[in-house]
Design a protein around this ligand. Sequence first.
Ligand code: ZN
Length: 204
Amino acid sequence: MPKGHHYGRTQTRAYTGEYHRIHAKVFKQLLTMPFGSYSINAEHLSNDHQKFILKENKNGVRYITFTINDKPHKIALKRDNQSASNKLYITCPYCQKQRQSLYVIKYAYACRQCIGLHYATQSERPQERLMRRIRKLRMELWGNDWPDVNNMFEQVAYWPKPKWIRWKTFEQKRNKINELEKQYWPMAIAQMKTTFGDQFMEYL
Ligand SMILES: [Zn+2]
């Protein structure tokens, strides 16, 4: 194994759960381009995350539509007329707020707030408590070396065994986390559905 490689990093697994972002400034040219189909050329994006259609609504606001997992994701391109810079913003398909960037998640584009919604609240619900516990147990096993350690969209079932731990102990600990994740997801999905309605991704 080449120097500097971490365990597991050599696996050819697609980290679709990792949070890449698209920035509003990328779309600046579209303010003057003809309407029609376009594509973002970025290897880390899925096909659905690349292709979009540029249109204009009846108020003269340009918007782009991605079809991700058969669901339309409408993102408006909005100029900030208040500032002299005329900065461009893109709107989040879920909350419609103007953002400088949107996160790429498995089956959606969404803003930071929408992604983090289920743990950003002050009052901790059982689901959030469970999520913290899962993250803590994951951290004990994989630490920060594993890129998905905090990513609840990725499940630990196939994560590699760290070198320092015996197989038996590892399996016990991983199975425990697995079990907790199984309890976590039905709760999380129920809440996301309430938040996002039917538009929310369903891939479990
Ligand atoms: Zn949002």
